[in-house]
Design a protein. Structure first.
Lengths: 114, 112
């Protein structure tokens, strides 16, 4: 089975721009969660999607949004980029809801905001 | 809300020595607890998880962790460190609201 894939792997943007990151979960997995990883704040939960609905959201501003498609693929969008948004963005998929199933992580998208 | 605290941001051991990475949790409901490992430029890989079935949990690569409710701890151990164990390790907790909270991470260095 193919693992979680994330595209692109690396991205460079400038302040004020917007960006869209993509995540393809493991086949058959219906839950997709997003995390932001930075040296200062560590790993922080952004949101979880299940059956095309956002089920849970972390403490991030509204500039961070996401969606999930009927095939469980998910996208994350960040608008009006700030320097502090530079981070590794990790996507994780699970067969169903997070707390009863193992999450499988993708390799991440490294976003650099200049 | 649940949270985890990892004691020690850096741990250094000699090859063949015991590995002990500490994690304490806080949760108002019975928690699900996890240990993940992250190698440079990679995502996280699950080592093991606790879901109340057994207090001693065995994972991959020879790692295990023991859930101690009285101490609110879930420490990760491995009897004999290998050079390939050098990585960053994250403890995580998930509660009834289904969001996973990670600790700050512990970087393990293995000296030859």
């Amino acid at each position: 089975k193919a693992g979680v894939t994330q595209t692109p792997r690396y991205l460079i943007k400038t302040r004020g721009q917007q960006v869209t990151l993509s995540c393809s979960p493991i086949s058959g997995h219906r839950s997709v969660s997003w995390y932001q990883q930075t040296p200062g704040q560590g790993l922080q939960f952004l949101f979880e999607y299940f059956s095309e609905t956002q089920r849970n959201k972390g403490n991030f501003p509204g500039r961070f949004s996401g969606r999930q498609f009927s095939n469980s693929r998910s996208e994350m969008n960040v608008s009006t980029l700030e320097l502090g948004d530079s981070a590794l963005y990790l996507c994780a998929s699970a067969p169903s809801r997070v707390n009863t199933d193992t999450q499988y992580f993708g390799p991440g998208t490294r976003l650099t905001v200049l | 809300a649940q949270s985890v605290t990892q004691l020690g941001s850096h741990v250094s051991v000699s090859e063949g020595a015991l590995v002990l990475l500490r994690c304490n949790y806080s949760s108002s409901v019975p928690p699900y607890l996890f240990w993940y490992v992250q190698y440079p430029n990679q995502g996280l890989q699950l080592l093991l998880k606790y879901t109340s079935a057994a207090t001693l949990v065995k994972g991959i690569n020879g790692f295990e962790a023991e859930f101690k409710k009285s101490e609110t701890s879930f420490h990760l151990t491995k009897p004999s460190a290998h050079m390939s164990d050098a990585a960053e390790y994250f403890c995580a907790v998930s509660g009834s609201n289904n969001d996973m909270r990670f600790g700050a991470g512990t970087r393990l260095t293995v000296k030859p």
